[in-house]
Ligand binder design. Structure first.
Ligand SMILES: Cc1cc2nc3c(=O)[nH]c(=O)nc-3n(C[C@H](O)[C@H](O)[C@H](O)COP(=O)(O)OP(=O)(O)OC[C@H]3O[C@@H](n4cnc5c(N)ncnc54)[C@H](O)[C@@H]3O)c2cc1C
Length: 629
């Protein structure tokens, strides 16, 4: 019998002194890893706290009514053997290990100018193996091939998951000369982004944006009739877009001689992955190095009715199963509001409920304000500082109850979208068997070379932390592939690759779009960072006025002392297409003069960036003169 171990409250974000409202286990119970132990409730959320270990409960250290914080001891456990721990991993899609994060996870911007290690979970410090981890063997020496490792199939680099992180790692490594196997559970490559994320949402958002635009053309002298929407055809269009891109990936994999293995993979040890093949049977793949790119899944709220087609996550919403009359969007982050835009343009009336005090957390409030003013007609209610506490399937709809400052009395909705964040798949890949440390919330910690604590196993994309964005995954993937190839091929320069991007841009593809990068004004204020702003309102932009869309603005933030650009935000049409220029300026260390003196073509929305820099310098002739003091 082993000594009892303490199971503690994991990182629960900003929540402090949270009340225990339910204790779900008793002394003598056998618990599995990820089994819920207690339910805690703050004024913003209730969440179940899972066990980090498997074993038998010896003693409870808390009771209902107590308050807890990160690190509080929940109970003492007589820990089970390591194998039991591994076996107890929840199935894919189980979201219990993630306290539902506030708002949408895509919101978190990267801090600028240096990529300081994010707070957990986006740590870039190599984590030490957990006590239950198998001891990893050493990284293979330069030039070591996987042949000696054995397996039904062997490779230089195995990539687990074929989303933007996985296929980019696989393709880059193959281009560098490695033999690569890409394991993906679904038949279609491209992961969340191509199949149920970025691409299908943008296909639908584009249609919605055109519909919204032509609806206002009557004012310009060109009237169209009311649209007639064939949702089946719209879905077919979206699926065709997805098919074209995912098919293109399959072709490119073939051209690079990347071997695709379709099935659910899990580590058997630190040099083998076992795959339950989609075609039946199991295969064992030996690898010299591996990249974990297993991504994330949408969080499902525990109290939502299960298997009811009227309750969906973004994946279900993208199927457009209906255009409801009344729709509730739970979570006012980017994904929720993008889907809300599509459904409302198609005819749904919307309520949105958000635990925080504003929508689209992470973006500056002045940007969001412009979006909110223009979009107010879409919503019956925007419930802020409010949480959804229960939902019940009834014949006439989903009966939802709320609590909080903006709470309405119970409401019945035809359709409910849960957009409360995403949980990493770190607990679903048998990482323990390889000795790869996985944090309490399912994230895999990596260093700036994208190495996990096991030096020859890398991890990239959503599974390593915020922001959960496809473009971040791709860049991390290239780093992992280059380091792996550099070591394998003995190329010292490649082996030194590192993820050292200063900033990662965020975009909400709503209408108008909101895009931001680097330091935000609100964050600078909160942290006491001294910045000065250059702002160009689109009411002075010839192109925005000609487009009939002058509600936006472009703002740049400069370091007060050096005038180097440290951040920027744009609200307006095509903001997402323009934010890359500001990211480039930050990466290049440009200052206001560099940007203002760069000749931008006229008339474009992009010239608002140059003019915002000129406004900062007080030399913009497209704005009223600066008052002399
Ligand atoms: C609705 C929506 C809209 C979005 N819009 C944008 C956007 O506009 N811009 C943006 O940058 N980001 C957007 N995102 C986020 C973006 O999709 C993710 O950040 C991105 O897909 C992460 O890439 P990844 O490679 O890390 O993981 P994923 O794309 O999640 O891919 C992981 C892959 O691994 C596979 N896998 C997992 N476990 C296993 C296993 N055990 N065996 C085999 N295969 C496995 C999965 O099936 C999946 O294909 C959006 C997300 C959603 C949900």
């Amino acid at each position: 019998m082993s000594a009892p171990v303490e199971v503690r409250v994991p990182d629960i974000g900003d929540f402090k002194d949270v009340a225990v409202i339910e204790v779900l286990v008793q002394p003598g119970d056998t618990v599995a890893v990820e089994q819920s132990l207690i339910t805690i409730e703050s004024d913003k959320a209730s969440m179940e706290i899972p066990s980090s270990k498997a074993g038998v409960v010896q003693a409870l250290k808390i009771q209902v009514g107590d308050t807890v914080n990160e690190g509080s001891v929940i109970l003492l456990l007589e820990a089970a053997a390591v194998t039991a721990t591994a076996d107890a991993s929840p199935p894919a899609g189980d979201s219990r290990n993630a306290p539902a994060p506030a708002g949408e996870t895509r919101d978190a911007p990267a801090p600028a100018p240096a990529p300081a290690p994010d707070p957990a979970p986006a740590s870039r410090a190599p984590a030490s193996p957990t006590a239950s981890s198998a001891a990893p063997s050493a990284a293979p020496a330069r030039g070591t091939s996987a042949g000696a490792i054995g397996g039904d199939l062997t490779c230089d680099l195995l990539v687990l998951g074929a989303g933007p992180g996985g296929y980019s790692a696989a393709f880059r490594a193959a281009d560098l000369g490695l033999e690569v196997v890409l394991v993906e559970r679904y038949a279609s490559l491209g992961g969340v982004c191509l199949n149920v994320g970025c691409i299908p949402s943008k296909a639908l958002l584009h249609v919605a944006a055109v519909m919204d635009e032509v609806a206002h053309f009557g004012d310009l002298g060109v009237a169209f009739g009311a649209p007639s929407v064939d949702t089946a055809k719209l879905v077919a269009h979206k699926n065709k877009v997805v098919g074209r891109l995912t098919g293109g990936l399959a072709q490119m994999a073939k051209m690079r001689k990347v071997t695709i293995v379709t099935g659910q993979g899990r580590f058997a040890d630190d040099h083998h992955v076992e795959v339950d093949l989609a075609s039946g049977g199991t295969t064992r793949i030996g690898f010299a190095r591996a990249v974990i790119a297993a991504g994330s899944e949408a969080v499902k709220l525990p109290f939502m009715p299960k298997d009811d087609p009227r309750v969906v996550t973004s994946t279900g919403a993208l199927e457009l199963p209906q255009v409801p009359e009344r729709m509730l969007v739970v979570g006012g982050g980017i994904i929720g509001l993008e889907m809300a835009t599509v459904y409302s343009t198609l005819g749904a009336r919307l309520d949105v409920v958000e635990m925080l005090d504003g929508l689209m957390a992470g973006a500056d409030r002045d940007l969001v304000k412009v979006w909110q003013k223009l979009n107010a007609p879409r919503f019956d209610h925007i419930l802020l500082k409010t949480k959804t506490v229960s939902a019940e399937a009834r014949d006439d709809g989903i009966l939802v109850r709320f609590e909080g400052e903006g709470a309405l009395k119970e409401q019945v909705y035809d359709f409910v979208l849960q957009a409360v964040g995403r949980v990493p798949n770190g607990r679903n890949i048998g990482a323990e068997a390889a000795g790869v440390a996985v944090g309490e919330r399912g994230f895999v910690a990596v260093d700036i070379q994208m190495r996990t604590n096991v030096p020859h196993i890398f991890a990239v994309g959503d599974i390593v932390g915020q922001p959960m964005l496809a473009h971040k995954a791709v860049h991390e993937a290239h780093v992992a592939a280059e380091v792996a190839a550099g070591e394998q091929l003995g190329d010292a320069k490649l082996a030194k690759a590192a993820f050292n991007a200063r900033v990662i841009p965020s975009v909400a593809y709503t209408d108008p779009e909101i895009a931001w990068v680097g330091v935000t004004e609100d964050d600078a204020k909160a942290r006491g960072v001294k910045v000065k702003k250059g702002l160009f309102p689109w009411t002075a932009s010839g192109r925005a006025i000609a487009n009939g869309r002058d509600e936006g603005f472009t703002k740049l933030l400069f370091d007060e002392a050096s005038h180097a650009i440290v951040g920027g935000g744009i609200v307006g049409t095509h903001a997402g297409d323009m934010i890359g220029e500001i990211a480039l300026a930050i990466e290049m260390g440009a200052d206001a003069v560099d940007i203002g003196k760069t000749i931008h073509p006229h008339p474009t929305l992009g010239e608002s960036i140059g003019m915002a820099a000129e406004a900062f310098e007080g030399v913009c002739t497209d704005l009223p003169p600066v008052k002399k003091r």
